[in-house]
Structure formats: C-alpha cells, structure tokens
Design a protein around this ligand. Structure first.
Ligand SMILES: C[S@@+](CC[C@H](N)C(=O)[O-])C[C@H]1O[C@@H](n2cnc3c(N)ncnc32)[C@H](O)[C@@H]1O
Length: 238
C-alpha cells in the first residue's frame, strides 16, 4: 500500500475545498460575475497579455473570460481543477484569436515538463488558493516557465483604509462562501523561494486589484526580489 506523506495529504485536503466550491458555483459563475466583468474586468484582462506571445499558460482559466484577449496567433493552454468550470470555458475557445487547449489540472501539480511556457498568467486564482498552496503553486508555475519567462498575476487585495476597506469587510462572507476567495493573500511573499523575481507591481483599481509581473530567474536566492516600479499605494502596503 502506498503511504501518503503528511505534506501531500495536507495539500490534497487544501485543494479539495476550492474544487468543491467551483463545482458548485460553475453554472452561476458568469452571471454572478457579470456586473464586475462589464464594469471592471474586461478593461483589466487585456493588460495581462500585453507583449506576450508563443506558448502561454492560463492557470485557473475558469470559464475562459480571458480568452478574448489572448494574443492572436499564440498557443494557450488553460488549466483548471474544476471540470464544471472547464466545460463552460470549452464553449468560449472558438471566440479566441489564439489556439486554445484546456486541461483539467491542479496548479500545484502541473503535468508539463520543465520550461514549457514562454509566459503564464493567473487572474483571480491566488485569492482563491489557501495560504499553504500559494508557495507550491508558484513553484510549479516557475518550474514550467522557460528561463526568463514572465508570470503575470491579477488579484484582489485588502485596501488599507476608507470605503474600499469597509466594502471588503461587508463583501467578505459572500466572497468566501461563493468563491472561496480572500482579500488577504500576498503571493509575493513566496516569489523568492519559487525562483521568481518581481518586476512590477501596480494597483489597477485603487488599492483593491493588483497586477504583478514576475520573471523566472533560476538560481536567484531569497532577498533578490527587486520592486522596480511601485505606486504610492504599493509602498504603503509593504
Ligand atoms: C475566481 S476564478 C477565476 C477564473 C478566471 N481566471 C477569471 O479570471 O475569471 C478561480 C478559478 O481558479 C480555479 N482553481 C482554484 N484552485 C485551483 C487549483 N488548485 N488548481 C487549478 N485551478 C484552481 C477555480 O476552479 C476557478 O475556476
């Protein structure tokens, strides 16, 4: 009989909750997100793909809302661990200007060889990953990126003050229940151990939504992360 390590069984348990959440909510997801998609996300998604091309990984592809903005002629693999979300994404592939393939896969255990992708993106994935999966997910994304490859993350943050902070507190029980999402994850804490270096971090909606651009730099140790471009809000946060 195979013995499961404690680390693997913890990771499995942590993975099960988000998967169950998205299996439950998949058929309502686009409807629930519609006001945000039209007022906000559709303006942000194109930013994820500026200057990218070649082989791209879209991690946590969801219902495929990024597909319209994939760079024309690129070759994109979208992965997600929810079959129900992937079924909806499958209906959007034909609308994309890129060649799109979808795979059911966990971002913490990617079934791709090392150095497969020129770049990777993840939109609103890391806010749904439990804290103990943030580092394993980043390590996997780093592993499948080619040396020098770019990773872009688009995600929610907890604003430091004001109405935005209040609204996140009011919304929190709903976002936790419906999407398993938290405003309090900081994947950048794990960039160095995953062999990734921050290039740029920008708040694209006040202090609420951040875009981080990260580069794969094999061999770089902890403490080498350079924040080359900050907004005033970023500096306050750190
Ligand atoms: C908030 S949705 C975002 C979907 C899409 N990226 C977007 O921008 O609309 C988060 C997605 O991440 C997926 N997800 C969560 N945990 C995952 C994991 N461990 N591996 C792969 N996908 C995961 C969920 O199934 C869901 O489709």
């Amino acid at each position: 009989m195979r013995t499961q390590s404690r680390e693997t069984s913890t990771t499995n348990a942590s993975n099960a909750a988000p998967r169950a959440t998205y299996e439950r909510i998949a058929r309502f997801y686009d409807l629930l997100d519609l006001p945000f998609e039209y007022s906000r996300y559709r303006h942000l998604r194109p930013l994820l793909f500026v200057g990218l091309g070649g082989q791209i990984l879209d991690a946590g592809v969801g219902t495929g809302r990024n597909m319209l903005y994939y760079p024309p002629g690129s070759d994109v693999v979208g992965i997600d661990n929810s079959p129900a979300m992937l079924r909806i994404a499958g209906r959007r592939c034909a609308q994309s200007p890129a060649l799109v393939r979808l795979r059911e896969m966990n971002v913490t255990r990617l079934d791709f060889p090392d150095a497969t992708f020129d770049s990777a993106v993840a939109s609103f994935l890391f806010c749904t990953l439990p804290e103990e999966l943030q580092a394993p997910a980043l390590k996997e994304l780093s592993r499948v990126l080619k040396p020098g490859g770019i990773l872009r993350l688009l995600d929610y943050r907890r604003p430091s003050r004001g109405l935005r902070l209040l609204l996140t507190k009011i919304w929190e029980p709903w976002t936790k229940w419906a999407f398993g999402a938290s405003f309090d994850h900081h994947p950048e804490r794990y960039f160095a151990q995953a062999g990734l270096t921050m290039i740029r971090k920008t708040f694209v909606v006040d202090e609420l939504i951040a875009m981080m651009e990260v580069k794969h730099r094999p061999g770089e140790g902890a403490g080498s992360n350079a924040l080359l471009s900050n907004t005033a809000a970023d500096q306050k946060e750190s």
